[in-house]
Design a protein around this ligand. Structure first.
Ligand code: AMP
Ligand code: TRP
Length: 335
């Protein structure tokens, strides 16, 4: 019998969801993944506790993220949508993977190094969970036997770690885990900040003028695109090194319209026209999501029910896999 692929992906409730999240991840989940596979999408709230956080804000952003995923088109009849903290198997498995990973490999994670630098620059201490975060992420994925993990480019290293841990565990203790692979989008795998096109458009950044949020009003989103930093010179060329600002706009426009960035570059003689068309495309892309989000907010019990059913299904899938890993590693089953 043909094996239906299992897909798992997650998103952190550390800020309002951005155009980068949408183009780099969510849109693939909605348009393809939920239709072609047994797909689980998780708002990974435990991951939001790895840096300085406000409890009420995490709670609010978790609900907002779930509501936005549904507004973007995830259909609970086709896929499983849930909150990470509702399923204990994630942290249960994370501990076994902490006993599989090494201190050295954790400290090599690029995102860890970047975030440590950011925390220290802000005079904050670094939480231990920031170091172990990729292990929890590996547990998220391995608990479900996921074959594929659709993520943006920034998660590629964490996926490599997940694969290494799965292989190592299987070699030591017997075949417990499916070895997953990352699936990256062809365009817009890394949407850059409009004000700083050499860094990722990230939802947790404090300075927001270069970040388009999915819930931005149309005029706000438009203004952000129109004020995007472009490069010196006046030719529109698709070249990440030489013209990072223009290239980012071309990628965004390409992702919104389904065209090729290189081909679009040839179609524009000026930055102004490129910005205008990109702004229009972004506004039109976000509008229906924002409208549907407002409708869903009016019915919180619907979202609650989606989460309840999602957690129940997720628990049922993860439990046997994690139990088997507990046995394999040498822990005695309860009598
Ligand atoms: P995060 O916001 O870090 O929880 O990321 C959720 C998903 O969105 C992950 O698959 C990321 O790779 C993806 N993502 C986040 N920011 C961007 C971006 N600027 N461009 C493309 N993908 C992104
Ligand atoms: N670490 C991911 C990010 O920052 C979020 C995440 C957590 C995730 N667990 C996951 C993504 C499992 C895919 C699969 O974007």
């Amino acid at each position: 019998m043909a094996h239906t692929a299992r897909i798992f992906s997650g998103i952190k409730p550390t800020g309002h969801l951005t155009l980068g999240n949408y183009l780099g991840a969510i849109r693939q989940w909605v348009e393809t993944d939920q239709h072609r596979a047994d797909a689980l999408f998780c708002v990974v709230d435990l991951h939001a506790l790895t840096v300085d956080h406000d409890p009420a804000r995490v709670r609010r952003l978790s609900r907002q993220a779930v509501t936005l995923l549904l507004a973007a088109g995830l259909d609970p009849e086709r896929c499983t949508v849930f909150l990470q903290s509702h399923v204990d198997e994630h942290t249960r498995l994370a501990y076994l993977l902490e006993c599989t990973a090494t201190d050295g490999e954790m400290r090599r994670m690029i995102q860890y190094k970047e975030k440590v630098a950011r925390e220290q620059a802000a005079g904050r201490s670094v939480r231990l969970s920031l170091l172990t975060y990729p292990v929890l992420m590996a547990a998220d994925i391995l608990a479900y036997g996921a074959d594929e993990v659709p993520v943006g480019d920034d998660q590629a290293q964490h996926l490599e770690l997940t694969r290494d841990l799965a292989v190592r565990f299987n070699q030591r203790y017997g075949p417990a885990f499916t070895v997953p692979r990352a699936v990256l989008p062809k365009v817009a795998a890394r949407v850059m900040d409009l004000q700083d096109p050499t860094s990722k458009m990230g939802k947790s950044h404090a300075e927001s003028s270069g970040i388009v949020y999915l819930l931005d009003e149309a005029d706000v989103a438009r203004r952000k695109v129109m004020r995007a930093v472009t490069d010196s010179g006046s030719e529109v060329t698709y070249d990440r090194e030489a013209q990072p600002g223009v290239t980012n706009l071309l990628e965004i426009l390409a992702a919104c319209t389904g065209r090729q960035p290189l081909e679009l570059a040839g179609a524009y003689a000026s930055y102004g026209a490129l910005k205008r068309d990109t702004a229009d495309a972004v506004v039109e892309l976000c509008r229906p999501v924002r409208e549907r989000h407002a409708q869903l907010c009016a019915d919180p019990s619907y979202v609650d029910e989606v989460l309840r059913a999602g957690a129940e299904r997720a628990r049922g899938l993860a439990r046997p896999t994690v139990d088997a890993a507990y046995r394999a590693i040498g822990l005695m089953p309860p009598a």
